[in-house]
Design a protein around this ligand. Structure first.
Ligand code: SF4
Length: 494
């Protein structure tokens, strides 16, 4: 077990090639690997961000996330391997003790495969030698100058030219809404979105049927992207079928199983098909899926990095490799919010990072515990985030007592208070349980409608989409503003 980090989940990286590596250089690499392995569980990612992560190595996280917690994290354990603590929870705790929480806002780059497996110490020494303003004597004579110069040096190393991450908010570089969802959110009405699970089979008929149920009730429909690491029709194809059926989709784009190239290509392809709303996710770990276990390193990027990359494609017109984009894509970018994972003050930092990277709307995990949800909103408010992002509170209408217990016990990030479980248990037969689930959902909608800082509701009626119109009607929610259609256009164009 390393001294300052949880143990590694995956082995250290090996270099892409050992060509041109002299024997002394290999010895330095081996020494760094041994020393940092013992101290930090170092995996030799070649792009060290220990300074930013309170000296807990983020690469010990089973997903290899470099920008914060995932949605299933708890203070007690990692969702992927419950026998270990959450690496990122440890990072937040240590950073808070060291007074360095705000350092966690900087958006860290994905790994550069050329540098992985190689030493980093010589690079620091060489850069230090080249720096005319950084002298050890300043450590005693002028500590502020020393710290400033040292920070500049490390920033240069950890933020390569092709990434240039920072900790600042970057508002979108456009003024008119790019999607009907964005227009509805700007209107100030309570906006409803709903999730449609893509089919297991190849037929789009079920999507068209469900779109028919939801039409006129919701502003847009989410299509999950192989959620729970379980293959289905993909989100882009489902989104296109939805668009052709006359409703605006929200395409979920998860980083798991996709390289940075595929993520850029898929997002660009979606824009080309007229899909404007993209919800960026890191994705569930493959451990949760039914297929035989894939090799563990399936995360090239995380949600924050995907947001950063897509925002730059849209606003700066560049691919990650710097190639200019002639016809820039129009994206309305979203992210997931986790009000119930770890402490609200830590979750708010994670949310801020997503917003700074490019998230314009957040759809939260399902809310059952309204009090805890308000704590999360308050934590976001304290960080001045509520006027930078549209928030849609997640809602799952409970279909049965069994489903409620399953979610409470098995789904990471979902908290169902005992009082709600008791109501479901006491409801009676199947039909009565459904009615009780609807009553609970309506109670929550009423409360959410009054929550300041909330802009709408995201209904995840897992395989029960037909209930959505009834919920909206009984809750008295305003219908969405319909999309503007150009003459002869099949899809909404704004
Ligand atoms: S961030 Fe990378 S180089 Fe630094 S300790 Fe972790 S794996 Fe090693």
């Amino acid at each position: 077990m390393p001294l300052f980090s949880p143990r590694r989940y995956q082995p250290p990286f090996s270099p892409y090639s050992r060509d041109k590596e002299s024997i002394p250089l290999r010895m330095v690499t081996a020494f760094e690997r041994a020393a940092k392995g013992w101290l930090f569980g170092c995996r030799m990612c070649g792009n060290c961000i220990l300074q930013e992560t309170a000296y807990v190595c983020p690469m010990t996280c089973p997903k290899g996330l470099r920008n914060g917690l995932c949605g299933g994290a708890t203070p007690e354990a990692c969702e992927v391997d419950p026998s270990r603590p959450c690496t990122w929870y440890k990072i937040y705790e240590r950073a808070e003790k060291m007074g360095r929480l705000d350092k966690l806002l900087e958006i860290n780059a994905p790994i550069d495969g050329y540098r992985a497996g190689r030493e980093t110490w010589l690079e620091v020494i060489n850069k230090w030698r080249d720096n005319k303003d950084l002298h050890l004597i300043h450590y005693v004579a002028n500590r502020d100058k020393f710290t400033e110069e040292k920070d500049k040096l490390f920033l240069e190393i950890r933020q390569p030219d092709w990434w240039q991450g920072d900790g600042e908010y970057h508002p979108p570089a456009y003024t008119e809404p790019v999607s009907n969802l964005e227009m509805n959110l700007r209107s100030g009405n309570c906006v409803v979105t709903a999730e449609i699970a893509p089919p297991l089979g190849a037929s789009g008929a079920i999507i068209r049927k469900k779109v028919g149920w939801l039409s006129g009730y919701v502003a847009a429909a989410n299509f999950t992207d192989n959620a729970s690491a379980s293959a289905r029709m993909n989100s882009m194809a489902s989104s296109k079928i939805c668009l052709d059926a006359g409703m605006e989709p929200i395409m979920q784009l998860q980083a798991r199983d996709r390289s940075r190239i595929i993520l850029e290509a898929d997002a660009m392809g979606a824009a080309g098909l007229g899909i404007r709303n993209i919800l960026c996710l890191s994705g569930d770990h493959q451990r949760f899926g039914p297929s035989p276990m894939i090799k563990p390193d399936q995360f090239d990027m995380d949600a924050v990095q995907v947001l950063w990359m897509l925002r730059r494609m849209r606003d700066e017109g560049i691919y990650l490799d710097g190639r200019p984009i002639r016809k820039r894509p129009s994206f309305f970018l979203g992210a997931a919010g986790s009000p119930f994972g770890v402490l609200p003050k830590y979750e708010a930092i994670r949310a801020e990072k997503k917003i700074n990277a490019g998230a314009q709307f957040i759809q939260t995990q399902p809310i059952f515990d309204y009090g805890r949800f308000l704590d999360w909103l308050e934590a976001l408010d304290k960080r001045n985030l509520l006027d930078k992002v549209y928030i849609l509170g997640g809602l799952i209408p409970l279909k049965s007592a069994r489903a409620a217990h399953f979610m409470a016990d098995e789904v990471p990030g979902v908290v169902i208070p005992a009082a709600i479980l008791k109501r479901m248990d006491a409801a009676g037969d199947k039909e009565a349980q459904q009615e009780e689930g609807i009553k609970i959902a309506l109670d929550l909608i009423e409360k959410l409608n009054n929550a300041s800082g909330l802009h709408g509701i995201h209904i995840m009626a897992v395989h029960w989409e037909a209930i959505v119109p009834r919920l909206i009607e009984e809750a008295g929610i305003t219908r969405p503003i319909p999309a503007v259609q150009e003459p002869g256009e099949k899809h909404m164009i704004l």
